[in-house]
Ligand binder design. Structure first.
Ligand SMILES: Cc1ncc(COP(=O)(O)O)c(C=O)c1O
Length: 395
């Protein structure tokens, strides 16, 4: 049987493709000229016109299909400046050893205010966690970690045959530093802290966490995961970079996957003392691609885009938190791009309920087996989901 194709006349095609305006055929160049566009990026920073065009694109791209709220991604993706800069990767994408990761290293160092030797650029912060495990004795060693937390490092540790001491969070969902301290012995190879913590989104008190790290780093290496630090607006919060400059045994892990929206381009970085960077460097198996590096270079400097994402995220998070609390659910105090609440029913059942209505949410994080993690989408998505919550969560 032959496939019947409806012949499409040139005029029909022009109509469907939007090249006909008021009966007149416009050449693409004329079309562009007819709609003068305000610049989307000026001096590397997104303009209001750029942000508005970006938002319209995001809205169109998210109109159909399942909404992914399971992996704490940025619903807005990369910003206008990063998008523009990524095109610069075409000049280098077919070459090995391109200059972009080195350039990114210098850009990160400058933006953080540390010497370049204190920065190592890697293919996502998951890479940082694996090289820290390899470089600091987890082959048969011991890890002390809060629990639950981001599982990257504990998982590598177990794969490498390490003993993993999982120290339950306190009732307020912050790190139990006293209990962690009690589990540290001469056999401890690494101590992990994650602030804000995933999956709870909570901040551990700044002064207490710093004094804990200050004390334990004398005897063991500490890994501080700051994947979500860009979202924190709490005036009491301070990232730990100054402790690296003070010479601490400390590996700070950061990522371009969250506020910078580059999760698919695998870009992250380490901040540590130069000798620690030297020890970790030979263990790196994967650098960001030229596109990831170009995007990250632009994104770090696009402060307008970061402020925009922070604001949209705070708005979306507030909508979801208020809706859940309004329905009587316990919600953690999240400083990140996700909310975590006790649904009082088994998490897999809740995941199914959300999924049936088109929302993909996080899996269970034992021992919080009735809690659900919802990554913050756009404020419009959060408003829509808030409206559906009574139905999704009904008994
Ligand atoms: C706390 C934390 N660290 C690290 C990662 C890994 O991020 P990436 O490998 O994309 O940099 C994640 C991802 O969700 C995370 O939540």
């Amino acid at each position: 049987m032959s496939l019947q194709r409806t012949p499409l006349s040139r005029r029909q095609w022009l109509t469907t493709s939007g090249l006909l305006a008021g009966g007149t055929v416009l050449a693409p160049d004329a079309l562009r000229a007819a709609v003068p566009e305000a610049p989307h990026v000026v001096d590397g920073v997104s303009t209001p016109a750029g942000l508005a065009a970006h938002e319209a694109e995001v809205r169109a791209s998210r109109a159909n299909g399942m909404v992914r709220l399971a992996s704490n991604e940025n619903p807005y993706g990369m910003g206008p400046a990063a998008k523009q800069a990524i095109m610069g990767g075409w000049a280098e994408h077919n070459r090995y050893g391109n200059a972009s990761p080195n350039e990114l290293r210098a850009v990160y160092a400058k933006s953080i205010g540390v010497p370049t030797e204190c920065v190592l650029v890697v293919a996502g912060s998951s890479e940082t966690l694996s090289i820290a495990a390899l470089g600091y004795g987890l082959q048969g060693g011991e890890l002390v970690t809060p629990w639950p937390t981001y599982e990257g490092l504990p998982r590598y540790a177990e794969t490498l045959g390490a003993r993993v001491h999982k120290v339950p969070l306190k009732a307020d969902f912050t790190h139990d530093l006293e209990a962690m301290d009690r589990r540290i012995t001469q056999r401890t190879s690494l101590v992990f802290v994650c602030n804000p913590n995933n999956p709870t989104g909570t901040l551990t008190d700044n002064a207490r966490l710093r004094s804990f790290v200050e004390s334990v780093q004398k005897d063991t290496m500490v890994v501080a995961d700051e994947a979500y630090h860009d979202f924190v607006e709490d005036p009491g919060y301070r990232p730990m970079v100054d402790m690296v400059l003070g010479g601490a045994n400390l590996i700070i892990s950061r990522t371009a996957s969250k506020i910078h929206g580059l999760a698919g381009l695998r870009t992250g970085y380490v901040i540590a003392r130069p000798d620690i960077i030297e020890r970790l460097t030979p263990l790196v198996t994967s650098f960001p691609s030229v596109f990831g590096a170009r995007g990250a270079i632009a994104s770090v400097q696009d402060t307008a885009y970061q402020a925009y994402c922070r604001k949209q995220n705070a708005e979306g998070r507030a909508i979801m938190t208020k809706a859940l609390k309004g329905l009587g659910y316990q919600v953690t105090d999240s400083h990140t791009n996700f909310v975590f609440f006790d649904s009082k029913r088994p998490t897999p059942l809740m995941q199914q309920r959300f999924e049936q209505r088109g929302w993909l949410v996080g899996r269970a994080f034992p021992p919080y087996n009735t809690w659900v993690r919802i990554s913050v989408g756009t404020p419009e998505e959060m408003t829509k989901l808030a409206g559906e919550l009574p139905e999704i969560l009904k008994a």
